[in-house]
Design a protein around this ligand. Structure first.
Ligand code: NAP
Length: 242
């Protein structure tokens, strides 16, 4: 369960029939939980559809959960994915201990299977993908994960979405009690968390947070961004409304 914080300013001021409707992938994970929290707190977001293999564990009037098992095929649930303004794709795995074929299946195949269906939807939607700092757009470098993420980004950029943004965060500080699903990330955060405030003040572009990633996605979905590929500094600036 997330820790509590005050409702966002403006809550309840807007006619919800004209709001933003979001599809969220990876809503059970660290990044996705952060994004989900910001969506639920944002008065302009009227609907969130979480597509995942298990429940996010959250209950909210704006949240609907679509439990799905086969992430290589969305044809059976296509009808449920129509009528949304944006997709925030936070599903992903660490490449640690994975071979290229298995990492490609989750990273490339799952993402493209969903994106190809969503790219056909009316009205056209904005697609935001979370890759990572160091992603290799050339697809030819030595780092396996970076090549696969690069190939995934390039394939997404070729799809006919209304807009598409590739978020490449580096270090992300989990906020509000959110935890990673990945064991070694949790171990890293247990050690690093006390250092984050110091690092953030010394190197403001080195770190982002789950909260800023979520807010930046919402800003990008609403008003766009002058950059297609966003690193930590860009994510932080967008989240701050700059
Ligand atoms: N955490 C960071 O500091 C960081 C930094 C830069 C980039 N990223 C990127 O951000 C993305 C999300 O990372 P995260 O930290 O949120 O990871 P996480 O906490 O491990 O969560 C991963 C999410 O992906 C889903 N997922 C994983 N494997 C799946 C599968 N085989 N089938 C269906 N769903 C699957 C998980 O669903 P289940 O709950 O069902 O397992 C969960 O919702 C990744 O692409 C990662 O590379 C993370």
């Amino acid at each position: 369960m997330w820790t509590k914080s005050p409702a966002r300013p403006g809550a309840g001021r807007r006619d919800i029939s004209s709001g933003v409707r979001v599809i969220l992938f990876g809503g059970t994970g660290m990044v996705g939980q952060g994004v989900l929290r910001e969506c639920l707190l944002d008065p302009e977001v009227t609907q969130v559809l979480s597509v995942a293999r298990s429940s996010t564990g959250q209950k909210h009037e704006k949240l609907r959960e679509l439990l799905h098992k086969d992430f290589t095929n969305f044809s059976a649930v296509q009808g449920e994915l129509t009528g949304y303004d944006a997709c925030f794709f936070c599903l992903g795995v660490s490449s640690a201990g994975m071979n290229e074929a298995d990492y490609t299946r989750v990273t490339y195949d799952y993402t493209l299977a969903a994106a190809k269906v969503l790219a056909k939807m009316k009205p056209p939607m904005t697609f935001i993908y979370v890759s990572g700092a160091g992603t290799d757009s050339s697809e030819k470098g030595r780092s396996m994960w970076a090549r696969v993420k690069g190939r995934t980004e390039n394939a997404l950029l070729a799809l006919p979405f209304k807009a598409k943004f590739m978020f490449r965060p580096g270090i992300i500080q989990p906020m509000h009690g959110i935890q990673s699903r990945t064991k070694w990330y949790r171990a890293f955060y247990a050690v690093a968390t006390p250092l984050f405030p110091v690092l953030d003040s010394l190197f403001p572009h080195a770190i982002t947070t789950t909260e800023r990633v979520g807010r930046a996605m919402l800003v990008a979905a609403r008003r766009g961004s002058n950059k297609t590929v966003l690193e930590n500094a860009d994510i932080n600036a967008l989240a701050a409304g700059r």
